[in-house]
Design a protein around this ligand. Sequence first.
Ligand SMILES: [Zn+2]
Length: 237
Amino acid sequence: MDYYIYLAGVVIIMIWSSAVQSNLKSKAQKGSQIRAASGKTANQVVEEMLREHDIYGIVIEHKPGELTDCYSPKEQKIYLSDTTYGKDSITAIAVAAHECGHAVQDKENMALYELRQLLAPAAGISSKVGPWIVVIGVVISAYLERAGSSNIGYLVSTIGIVIYAVAFLFYLVMLPVERNASSRAFKDMKQAGWVSQEQFSLAHKILRAAGDTYAISLASSALTLLRLLVLRGGRRR
Ligand SMILES: [Zn+2]
């Protein structure tokens, strides 16, 4: 892959990312100003959805800040952010139902969800460390192996690529897990009537847009992986 093709990929992802971010922001903002037709709050939605799936013992807690909503399987808690906790907007309900979707995935021992949980702690480190190890390998190949007698640089770079691949795998698994949590949210939202039919379409758009951000992470990770493979190059003879 030519360096300029890589740069073009980076620019395309940047443009795509800003389009998705602004779409998400505008949809979420719009949804946050409309009260759900049912008058239910996000907290009530969490309680109802968990009960519907026979999940008990999960505590709902307020986590100050924006976008802090998350389900913690370890603590058995669902954290809701400032714009979700106790709020009865369409956005709040969509987000709360999505987080419950993760709790349901956990309860059902969904294989991809468990794989994501397994990869999560390693992914952060591997995405930072992997590329540097590849670069070190490339430097070894270029400067220390001028004689061309060994393949240590190639080997080091390959180790870096394998390490980085853990992060790529994490993003690869994350996308369907996130989409699935939203699908579960849509299903229950429709069934329980937390929002009206017209409001449902906005709730759908909000969660779809949020899901697109994971597609961007995956694309950008794939591009990095390709770049690292090209940087390493072929095995020396
Ligand atoms: Zn999620």
